[in-house]
Design a protein around this ligand. Structure first.
Ligand SMILES: [Zn+2]
Ligand SMILES: [Zn+2]
Length: 134
């Protein structure tokens, strides 16, 4: 899990790493048994069930798994689907918020890369790999 700026939520949100994301999708398919199994594996104590209403109840195993992995009580199933580190690019060299996608051509937050976009329309990551070395 990593806390990253989320473009859609307009705030820092807990994002799942690829293996965690797969676990959450498995929970959607396999149900609460998998969540319970993961909780025991981590040695965590039992949690009171999330308060979910309407449609969200159908996604309980997924939302409970997200809480187990992040500690964050998210009750909107649509939100957890996009809280995955894999969909974002590396941090912008200027403002350090993650690029919206690995294919981003500029940073919409601070405008980095916008100037030379017409001269060279390739993704920033391809155009300036030197800026993204960790
Ligand atoms: Zn979000
Ligand atoms: Zn930026």
């Amino acid at each position: 899990m990593k806390i990253l700026w989320c473009w859609r939520c307009q705030q820092d949100m807990p994002m799942l790493e690829p293996a965690e994301f797969r676990l959450m999708i498995r929970a959607r398919e396999e149900g609460m048994g998998l969540v319970e199994q993961e909780r025991l594996r981590r040695g965590g104590s039992a949690l009171a069930p999330l308060a979910l209403e309407g449609l969200a109840e159908r996604f309980r195993p997924m939302l409970e798994m997200y809480r187990l992995l992040t500690g964050f009580e998210e009750t909107n199933p649509n939100a957890v689907y996009h809280h995955s580190t894999a969909q974002f690019g590396p941090p912008c060299p200027q403002c350090h918020k993650p690029l919206r996608t690995p294919q981003a051509r500029y940073c919409p937050q601070c405008g980095f890369g916008k100037d030379d976009m017409s001269a060279d329309p390739r993704p920033l990551l391809l155009k300036r790999p030197d800026l993204f070395r960790e």
